[in-house]
Design a protein. Structure first.
Length: 333
């Protein structure tokens, strides 16, 4: 069983759901955020901007042999509630992080209040209007993003303020609507006091997958991965897919953690030295292991091709070079 090396008391403490603890803190002001970031030009647009977390360290006791299951409750017209999915998580006592949009919380206040009281769940923000974070009005999936730094502040602060005022809850993590953000908006959110989170595994493709596909995709998770799925599409394939995926992951010895458990004391990212075709050394081994290649420490044509494939599927420039942005998306820094 993975994780057996931990002492009994320490293991029990980690496996127990985190107690509900929300320490009030203030976001950086709108004026200060606008003053600091207005005029900066974005150079990245996608789901994995620098500073956005898609994986977590497995070098800590909490992160060892662990995966994070995260579920979005999006706003807009889709404010329904997948009670069967939540019941499945409770049945298997699986801690999970729930990213709740302000509109969803407002339309499901009783349910939201009940979820807040359940120590199994880590409640975080999915934004105010469920739009991408952009300082130039970029769009994703046909949804127009924010257009200014002030708009970014409004989208980030709207849900945070609503949860604080109405439920005395202060989220520290946020997933942008559609997960898309530019690098200036990501820095602005960090400056405000919100850690943006993306994903490493797409478990249900916006709740569009059939149950069998959900099971297959979720079971691709490996330690350190953040898995995204949705809790606002009852009757779809997400709940039955997880009903099979959870026992399968448990059978591998994987632990389930919330983001608050694995990112609370995350080590400071180290500086990444770019590696490419012809490089050799331990960093090449790390990349090869991440890509499930033979870890021979030599960056050859096979490694370059695998890096390009990964970059293409993660909306990165497919140049086959592992620079800081690709390394960050892989969770290596």
């Amino acid at each position: 069983m993975l994780g057996a090396a931990l002492g009994g008391t320490a293991l029990a403490a980690l496996e127990a759901p985190a107690a509900r603890a929300s320490v009030p803190f203030a976001l950086a002001s709108r004026a200060a955020t606008i003053a600091k970031f207005t005029g900066q030009q974005p150079t990245y647009w996608g789901m994995f901007a620098p500073g956005v977390r898609s994986r977590f360290s497995t070098a800590t006791a909490a992160g060892k042999d662990a995966v994070c299951l995260t579920f979005d409750a999006c706003g807009g017209q889709t404010t329904r509630y997948d009670a069967t999915l939540i019941a499945t998580l409770r049945k298997y006592q699986v801690p999970a992080t729930l990213f709740i949009n302000r509109f969803w919380a407002q339309n499901n206040q009783a349910t939201f209040a009940q979820l807040l009281t359940d120590p199994l769940f880590d409640i975080q923000s999915h934004g105010s209007a469920h739009v991408p974070l952009s300082v130039t009005g970029r769009s994703a999936y046909g949804i127009k993003g924010t257009t200014t730094v002030g708009g970014v502040w409004d989208e980030v602060s709207g849900c945070y303020s609503y949860m604080g005022r109405s439920f005395n809850h202060n989220p520290r993590f946020m997933r942008a609507g559609t997960c898309f953000t530019d690098d200036v908006a990501a820095r602005a959110a960090t400056f405000m006091g919100q850690q943006l989170v993306s994903f490493a595994i797409n478990g249900d493709a916006g709740a569009s997958y059939a149950a069998s596909t959900v099971t297959t995709e979720v079971c691709k998770a490996k330690p350190g991965d953040i898995v995204i799925s949705h809790m606002n599409h009852p009757g779809g394939g997400t709940a039955p897919g997880y009903a099979k995926a959870i026992p399968a992951l448990k059978a591998r010895g994987y632990m389930f953690r919330t983001l608050s458990q694995v990112l609370a004391n995350a080590p400071t990212p180290t500086r990444w030295v770019t590696i490419q075709y012809g490089s050799r050394g331990p960093e090449v081994v790390r990349v090869q292991r991440f890509l499930h290649l033979t870890p021979d420490g030599s960056f050859g044509s096979i490694t370059r091709a695998a890096v390009r494939t990964y970059q293409s599927t993660h909306r990165l420039v497919p140049d086959g070079i592992v620079g800081p942005l690709t390394a960050h998306a892989m969770g290596l820094v």
